[in-house]
Design a protein around this ligand. Structure first.
Ligand SMILES: [Fe+2]
Length: 201
């Protein structure tokens, strides 16, 4: 019997950061959360439990060296992933579109979404306390499945409809921007801190 595999959905996971970078990022992000009044206002208006710079700051790599350092170590990962996915970039390179920080307080979450107008998206994890949210990815074929039976409870990861990734400090996750994902509830006693970003052509 021959069974072939097609239309794969892949997620890159790699440990790229060290304790020094994470300490720098942690301090800088805490400072931004204190000083960025427009960002705090946006979070309040939009029911974000914690702080994100998503809607207020678009210059993090120019603002602090630790973000610039992070972008430098992300670059080879992004390029390697695009190459692995066999993307025809027509001689162009993927460019950083935006990068923002997330401080998710206990009880906070981020409902399912995609990142439109981008090619690759990802998150780097700065602080992940015990019980902190996983990142939940959804099978992109889900809306077409109609009466397809759900996979058995013990089905292997490749055949499940949802995949939960519990990130570790210093890890980056990368995926294609159309892949729907959500941040599950943060059950940890303290905040979960991450840096998210998009790359485009
Ligand atoms: Fe996202």
């Amino acid at each position: 019997m021959t069974i072939s595999r097609h239309f794969v959905t892949e997620i890159l996971r790699e440990s790229i950061g060290d304790a020094e970078l994470n300490a720098d990022l942690n301090d800088t992000i805490r400072m931004l959360a204190k000083e960025d009044r427009a960002g705090r206002h946006w979070c309040k208006e939009n029911g974000y439990q914690g702080y994100t710079s998503y809607a207020s700051l678009d210059d993090l790599p120019q603002r602090a060296t630790c973000f610039d350092q992070l972008v430098r170590i992300l670059k080879p990962q992004v390029e390697a992933f695009a190459a692995h996915l066999q993307m025809d970039l027509r001689g162009k390179r993927l460019k950083l579109d935006n990068i923002w920080v997330n401080v998710l307080e206990p009880g906070g979450s981020h409902t399912g979404h995609i990142h439109p107008h981008c090619v690759l998206s990802g998150t780097y994890y700065v602080k992940v306390p015990d019980g902190a949210s996983s990142l939940k990815f959804e099978d992109p074929r889900l809306p077409m499945m109609m009466s397809a039976p759900a996979p058995r409870e013990e089905a292997d990861e490749a055949h499940r409809r949802f995949v939960y990734v519990a990130p570790k400090v210093g890890e980056v996750l990368l995926w294609e921007s159309w892949l729907r994902h959500e941040v599950t509830v943060n059950w940890a006693a303290t905040s979960r801190i991450s840096v998210s970003f998009n790359y485009r052509l």
